[in-house]
Design a protein around this ligand. Structure first.
Ligand code: SIN
Ligand code: FE2
Length: 205
């Protein structure tokens, strides 16, 4: 699908370590928690967020909000090393303001969905895979579009932009024990996004 870019091995081992440490240090003030879908189904992935806004889901729906639902404190900032990555790859005129951190342990997976709670789809979704390899499923712009699977290994970065920005995607499963990067095992996925409108649009409001 056009607009999907997989940069296999973009982060070398040292940079992977650096990112994991920075994210886990930041997340110590915003503990991972288990969410439920608007329909009340518990998610198998544990989540937290970094940045001015964090993506949350509960019985009130999907949305971005400035505070951790458990601690009621603002989300920690996005570490510089990740903002740097966004500046390297996103081709955006503004920094990311949201970084969703997903932790896959045991049999965690993620059903097919679109990322569509952001204000401006001209900004990409930049996804970083760390730890165990994921079997990622990528489809098209409708739920019924054909899908294919892509293996996402530790250090791989992918971008969903242009026609792929609203592509359905999910994680079928994670290959447990395929990496030793994440303390306690499993996979961390970071998705950097711009949730708020472009600055000029915000000024015009
Ligand atoms: C997501 O779509 O939020 C996560 C994707 C992934 O874990 O690779
Ligand atoms: Fe997603």
């Amino acid at each position: 699908m056009n607009g999907f870019r997989l940069l296999a091995g973009y982060l070398d081992a040292a940079r992977q370590q650096e990112v994991v440490q920075a994210v886990l240090a930041a997340a110590s003030a915003a503990p991972f928690y288990r969410s439920e879908t608007p329909a009340g189904k518990p998610m198998s992935v544990a989540m937290t967020n970094l940045g001015a806004l964090g993506w949350v889901t509960d019985r009130n729906g999907y949305r971005y909000q400035p505070r951790h639902p458990g601690t009621d404190r603002p989300w920690p900032s996005i570490p510089d090393t990740l903002l740097q990555l966004w500046r390297e790859l996103a081709e955006a005129d503004v920094d990311a303001d949201a970084c969703l951190v997903n932790l896959y342990r045991d049999d965690a997976r993620m059903g097919l969905h679109q990322d569509r709670d952001e204000a401006d789809f001209r900004y990409p979704v930049l996804s970083v895979s760390l730890g165990d390899t994921a079997i990622f499923r990528l489809g098209g712009e409708t739920r019924r579009s054909p899908t294919r699977t892509v293996r996402l290994a530790s250090g791989d970065v992918c971008l969903l932009s242009g026609p792929a920005r609203l592509a359905f995607h999910g994680v079928d499963r994670v290959l447990a024990g395929s990496s030793r990067l994440v303390p306690g095992g499993g996979r961390l996925n970071l998705t950097l996004r711009r949730a708020l409108p472009a600055p000029s649009a915000a000024n015009a409001l």
